[in-house]
Design a protein around this ligand. Structure first.
Ligand SMILES: Cc1ncc(COP(=O)(O)O)c(C=O)c1O
Ligand SMILES: N[C@@H](CCCC[NH3+])C(=O)O
Length: 447
């Protein structure tokens, strides 16, 4: 592997390799050949990297927990397709979904419904009904309106669905404001501090129409420290103890959510999952000892990783169109995708890097601003990256494109969405076919 690639290995899929003619391959497939055959922009997911990421979760957590004492659900909002859902199912994970659309994809994949948890702060009655009809395993209650509607629906359908109550725990995280979800003013969950979470639990238990199996909190995403998870556990178990003292109810399950971070070009050295597993196990034991002298059993721990399962598995492959040097000194390198397939730089100022796909070992010599094709000044994928001198028609690869790029994609400027491949050794599967103009036109109703 070349030296420029060595420094990027932590950002690239596990199977990335450079051939003797200096061309980047993933799972043994030369990227220029894939671009030629399937067109660009092209998103490519490496199956092995997804599988390894799932295995790393089990390995880390099963060092500190009995296998039955921890359940890992993949947060499908990070990226979902029927093929990915099948990989997740094969790995023995559950699925965290947030919409009827994600539920439908899971259903298409034959994902075991009992392993699905349905999240969301504004699930429609139709979505709740679909979830009950399909038999999803858990519904995570977010607010009073949903609590009422679900109770009513359950009555109507003669079911007693299993639910967790999502709590807004008042836990702060050190991430972009849009990546925080557990602070006191969060739009997600029942507030803890003003007693609403407790009131909601007492109401569910009093009515007995929903089966309350546990408590949930999610403090944010892109976390690189265990503190917010530990604080969530402390809050959830303290709340549970207050309820226990009044009702003898104790959670079977407790979840501090997902959100574990990944290495990014600006920040390498994300702590290993072992650290998270150990911290959570330790905090659970400390809390149980302090609130009950160890007499109350440890609830099953539920984790919901998304980004840390798929981000590194996916890369975005673009073809360079025009280059433009401005009098102000910026050299633009225009690619055939941009903010409509990756809104993250514009929305969160997320930092990406890029590398050429051919002549990969040639050292960087020019500073480029990688800009998309969209009619928007903010359509900048990378403000500044040093690359070898690039030419029109060459390919450019963005690592870490597996999470939250395609799921947030749009048809801005009515540009069709990219094609998506799943690759493994000796096999290429089209996971999503490239959109066509007909796909766009079909939406318009002509009178
Ligand atoms: C409730 C919940 N669980 C899990 C996740 C997954 O987060 P991540 O992809 O950062 O692991 C999110 C997203 O922030 C979330 O809101
Ligand atoms: N979509 C976000 C994170 C939000 C995750 C869901 N609460 C991202 O790209 O990082």
């Amino acid at each position: 592997m070349s030296s420029s690639l060595v420094s990027l290995t932590t950002l690239l899929p596990d199977t990335a390799a450079v051939s003797t003619d200096d061309v980047l391959h993933i799972a043994g497939h030369a990227l220029p050949a894939l671009a030629e055959q399937y067109g660009t922009p092209l998103y490519i997911f490496d199956r092995a990297t997804i599988v390894h990421a799932c295995q790393r979760y089990f390995q880390a957590f099963e060092r500190y927990y009995r296998a039955s004492a921890v359940r890992i659900l993949y947060a499908s909002k990070a990226y979902l397709s029927p093929l990915v859902a099948r990989i997740i199912a094969e790995q023995g994970m559950g699925l965290d979904i947030v919409s009827g659309g994600e539920l439908t994809v899971a259903q298409r994949a034959g994902f075991p419904m009992e392993r699905i948890s349905f999240h969301g702060n504004n699930k429609s009655t139709a979505e709740l009904k679909l979830a009950l009809q399909l038999g999803v395993g858990r519904i995570i209650l977010d607010n009073w309106s949903e609590l009422e509607r679900l109770t009513h629906l359950a009555d109507e359908l003669g079911q007693r669905p299993a639910v967790l109550l999502r709590v807004a725990p008042g836990v702060e995280t050190d991430t972009h404001r849009y990546l925080q979800t557990g602070h006191a003013a969060s739009k997600f969950g029942f507030p803890l501090q003003n007693g609403e979470a407790k009131t909601a639990i007492l109401r569910i238990l009093g009515e007995g129409k929903l089966h309350l199996v546990g408590l949930h909190a999610h403090s944010g995403t892109m976390l690189r420290e265990t503190r917010p998870y530990e604080e969530c556990l402390v809050h959830l178990l303290s709340l549970a103890k207050a309820i226990y003292d009044e009702t003898q109810w104790w959670p079977e399950e407790v979840s501090p959510g997902g959100g574990w971070g990944i290495d990014t070009p600006d920040q390498l050295g994300t702590p290993g999952l072992d650290q998270l597993a150990q911290a959570l196990q330790h905090q659970m034991q400390v809390m149980l000892a302090s609130i009950s002298n160890g007499t109350l059993p440890a609830p099953t721990l539920i984790l919901e990783p998304g980004r840390s399962i798929v981000a590194r598995a996916g890369v975005a492959l673009y073809r360079i169109g025009a280059l433009k040097a401005t009098p102000a000194g910026t050299t633009y390198l225009f690619v055939d995708g941009g903010m409509a397939d990756n809104i993250r730089p514009a929305l969160y100022h997320a930092l990406y890097t890029a590398l050429p796909v051919e002549h990969i070992s040639v050292p960087g010599s020019v500073d480029y601003c990688v800009s998309g094709r969209y009619c928007e000044s903010g359509d900048m994928l990378i403000d500044n990256v040093r690359l070898p001198a690039m030419r029109e028609g060459e390919l450019l690869l963005l690592p870490l494109a597996g999470a939250y790029c395609l799921p947030m994609a749009s048809n801005y400027n009515l540009v069709p969405r990219p094609g998506v491949l799943l690759v493994e050794k000796g096999r290429v599967q089209v996971m999503e076919r490239r959109e066509t103009y007909d796909d766009i036109l079909v939406r318009y109703q002509e009178s």
